[in-house]
Design a protein around this ligand. Sequence first.
Ligand code: G6P
Length: 474
Amino acid sequence: MSRLILVSNRVAVPGPEAPRQAGGLAVAVNAALKGRDGIWFGWSGKVTEDRAAPRPTVVERQRRTFVTLDLSNVDFQEYYNGFANRVLWPILHYRVDLAEFTSVELAGYLRVNALFANALSPFLLPDDVIWVHDYHLLPLAKELRALGHENPIGFFLHIPCPPPDMLMVLPQHAETVGALTHYDLVGLQTEADADNLRRYFEIRHGIAGRTREAFEFGGSYVHVRAFPVAIDTAAYAQAALNAMKSRLVVGLRDSLGGRRLILGVDRLDYSKGIPGRVQAFGHLLDTRPEWRGQVTYLQITPKSRAEVPEYIEIDRQVSSIVGQINGRHGEADWTPIRYVNRSYSRAALAGLFRSANVGLVTPLRDGMNLVAKEFVAAQDPENPGVLVLSRFAGAAAELDGALIVNPHEVEAVAEAIATALDMPIEERKERHARMFAHLAEYDIDRWAHQFLTALSESRQRPRMLGRPRQLFAS
Ligand code: G6P
């Protein structure tokens, strides 16, 4: 089997000095590398003052090679804090109003992509399959092709892909989203995301095959398909069961004093809808006095991208709303909302999910949201908690046993929380079983396998597509 070269902005090198795990992306990458030789390439998570071209650090662990680069402070500011997280992130999350564009930062973004390609190039063999992840690296295939690499190159976008009108808000979008045409296969989270990219490619004069799964641009082909990212369902369910005996979970359960537990777990990010969710819980306490003192809401929210101004603002906003509600409803012996900014291991979170009666996952927009899937996988099938899920998370297309809400409607979210808290056991079990069966079937191994199979097929299909395309064109 050919080697697999994975490229992502963050790389989770195993070991004591590991940078912060890149969440679902790290799980996905590890699943793709399972049982095959490969390299995981990307940023080390370290920033240096040195502006000279960085030298890759190579670490070997269990048949895998981790190759990482430090970023200079200028590159970190322009590429990561700047273009990736102040332009691409908000626009792809439908928050055009928050985008802060400068051409200096776009130049920094393109420069770092070229730098990644140059640093990766010497490690590549002609038979390697290359799989690039996420919005930080949209132009990477273009750079690799310019260096002469003809390998199959796939791309997976972990975050949403908005409609073409919104993509075209990106200044010089041809340089970034437009550069996706240099991949053989572009994977997106949902059919809606895939359709948005297809419409963008049509506007860019890509010639579509009959199924609109492949587009021709000047003699080369790019395939566009949805591959909803998944989790390691069986392992996660087991981890949740094991974690029930951990000090953290036992301590949490003791501290609840028999009260019900509502749980939210999100990076501190404006796309996650945390202020509206906290307000919904406040509204529940305002309007349903029977729940006062009977339920505790634990919101675990590690801080993220702390130098970006919009993240400083959301931090201030959430703290202030939490403070108001705790002040309004708290008692000497009961704090309604426990707001925690630290991060916990995946295993610890699995135990917390299993302890919760209600999981709140209410992003304003989210590519998939793996917390929703993990919450379901972690539940006790005999006494499962209820998931309240935003219709704007990619996961809503799959998790039909959740209570689906519009996160912009605070009263409706409060109502859904009350419904979840009151839901009879038979209904909880039935909803959970349906969702768990789906997650057990479409797990992360299947996801990685489907993407990689489609990537290898994408190299054979264009010849077959040639004829129907010409029929269409005539
Ligand atoms: C999202 C992105 C990932 C990213 C993660 C954490 O899930 O899709 O690519 O790694 O957020 O964000 P950070 O900026 O800390 O890497």
